[in-house]
Ligand binder design. Structure first.
Ligand code: FES
Length: 240
């Protein structure tokens, strides 16, 4: 598949199915990604792991969202005998609508904690909320870096005096997160503005960074709310 086709917004999208998997259309890259830590043990960077072989042609790829598949990250039909309840509870309102603003001297951090995926990139070298309030050159740079790495898009940042939210450039692709520091598997990291369509046909706000629950326990389905950490969800992909 050509890069042009990969990046065509009409081609790549995700459909949430009723009590079943995510159907991924358009064959974006799907790669395992480890959350790597810095010397203090806090989340710092993404490291690539295994890459999934993608489907050819127009057939969608079915990714597990119940947390029980024995062929991760793909669906193996386990949701049926596990009687998975995948009822969507997330709002269709723009994420900014309920975001809290932390205005520092140079930048403003916007935070909608409903979307926290517990990836903890916001903790490195002092928490991002404090860094943005400090307003030093060094802390501003760190605050932007930490907001950019928040996979859920919970954390957004803008320069004061501008309405434009700053965003990292991300190729339309899917990361299958693995959180080594707390030894559990995480959500699907949906990058680059891929449209997610609910089971009822209504699309969610298209965002550059989003995380979709795949452990089955989120209270904000289809999005991750960090529950995978409490449940110590392990997809078993590395056990193969
Ligand atoms: S993967 Fe995070 S709550 Fe399910």
């Amino acid at each position: 598949m050509s890069e042009d086709k990969r990046n065509n917004p009409e081609e790549i999208y995700i459909k949430v199915t009723k009590d079943g998997p995510y159907l991924v259309y358009g064959n974006p890259k799907i790669t395992q990604e480890y959350i790597a830590t810095n010397e203090h043990g806090t989340s710092w960077e993404y490291e690539k792991g295994k890459e999934c072989s993608v489907q050819e042609g127009d057939t969608p790829v079915a990714l597990c969202r119940c947390g029980h598949s024995s062929n991760p990250p793909f669906c193996d039909g386990s949701h049926i005998h596990k009687h998975f309840d995948g009822t969507e509870t997330a709002s269709h309102e723009p994420i900014l609508k309920n975001a809290k603003a932390y205005e520092g001297p140079n930048y403003t951090l916007l935070d909608n904690d409903k979307y926290c995926a517990f990836a903890r990139f916001c903790d490195a070298y002092g928490q991002v909320w404090k860094l943005v309030m400090d307003g030093e050159k060094f802390t501003d740079k760190l605050a932007v870096r930490e907001a950019f790495r928040c996979p859920a898009g919970r954390l957004m940042i803008k320069k004061n005096g501008s309405e434009e939210i700053l965003e990292p450039e991300l190729e339309k692709s899917i990361g299958v997160l693995e959180d080594t520091a707390i030894q559990c598997s995480g959500p699907l990291y949906i990058k680059g503005g891929i449209r997610v369509e609910g089971e009822d046909g209504q699309s969610y706000e298209i965002r550059n960074r989003q995380t979709l629950c795949r452990c089955g326990h989120s209270g904000n389905k289809p999005f991750c709310d960090g529950s995978h950490a409490a449940y110590k969800y392990k997809d078993g992909w590395d056990d193969e």
